[in-house]
Design a protein around this ligand. Structure first.
Ligand code: URA
Ligand code: SF4
Length: 260
């Protein structure tokens, strides 16, 4: 799937969510909040459900918890434009109460489909309800800041998942703020690891014949005049366009997003 096709698929899901009446949460909503970000990302952040501001704006994490999420992303030189941010339920539970099991179940197919489209390497869960989907049975106090394979039933069977406390929890319990920032420092490394595991899986699972031949970016005559065969890989590397420079992004390459 190309990024344009991914975005179109996400938009189609978003349009369905906006008109959805599958559970009682549609009754009190101002706007549904399907989620937002880039279709070209490797990392998806999943919260619990829209709050007051999100319900008004139709966008995820735009209130106080959202500001904290922005800060957390910035602390590892990421931004919300480089990831995809969504929630377990897409409509605001009245008075910000916890979502009910039947509401979570009714809304689950939307998140499953979003994950199928995005096929992320890493899912960062924000809070217990999101964690329960990707790491059933885990306890947030024990697993926050760590990562594991995402549960096969989560919709992202090829992803790793990294658990974090919900940013809103830190607004009520100040001591959690430092924990959130400390845990966030582990996210880029988790992505790097998730990416490596996925590459290894792919290499193991695919017969060489299914891999399309990659055209050499180096002209054959150039290789022919190279006296030292060791020098050829260097030439190849130099001939590959530097997408980092192209995008004008300057940060730790291990934290670089969006490049599959
Ligand atoms: N809390 C959430 O879980 N999600 C949002 O989108 C905003 C606040
Ligand atoms: Fe539909 Fe999900 Fe909103 Fe319920 S919370 S009405 S299932 S979009």
């Amino acid at each position: 799937m190309t990024d344009v096709e991914r975005q179109a698929a996400l938009d189609a899901i978003g349009a369905e969510v906006a008109a959805c009446t599958r559970c009682r949460l549609h009754e009190g909503r101002t706007r549904a909040v399907p989620g937002e970000g880039t279709a070209a990302t490797e990392a998806v952040f999943v919260g619990e459900g829209p709050g007051f501001n999100e319900d008004r704006q139709g966008r995820p994490f735009v209130g106080q918890a959202g500001s904290l999420l922005d800060e957390l992303l910035a602390s590892v030189l990421w931004s919300r434009e480089e990831v995809f941010i969504t929630n377990v339920v897409k409509c605001r539970p009245p008075g910000n109460r916890d979502p009910e099991p039947d509401e979570i179940a009714a809304c689950a197919p939307y998140l499953t489909r979003q994950l199928e489209v995005l096929d992320p390497a890493l899912v960062v869960t924000l809070g217990r309800f999101s964690m329960a989907r990707f790491s059933p049975g885990a306890r947030i106090g024990q697993v926050h800041g760590t990562f594991r394979a995402a549960d096969a039933g989560s919709g992202a069977p090829k992803a790793m998942t990294f658990a974090m406390y919900h940013p809103a929890a830190a607004l009520h319990q100040g001591s959690l703020k430092q924990t959130l920032f400390t845990d966030m420092q582990g996210v880029p490394a988790a992505l790097t690891e998730a990416r490596a595991l996925r590459a290894a899986d792919q290499a193991a699972g695919e017969a060489p014949a299914t891999i399309a031949p990659v055209p050499s970016p180096v002209a054959p005559e150039l290789l022919a005049v190279t006296p030292d065969p060791e020098a050829a890989p260097e030439a190849v590397r130099e001939a590959v366009p530097d997408t980092t420079a192209e995008a004008g992004v300057e940060f730790d390459p291990t934290a670089q997003l969006g490049l599959f």
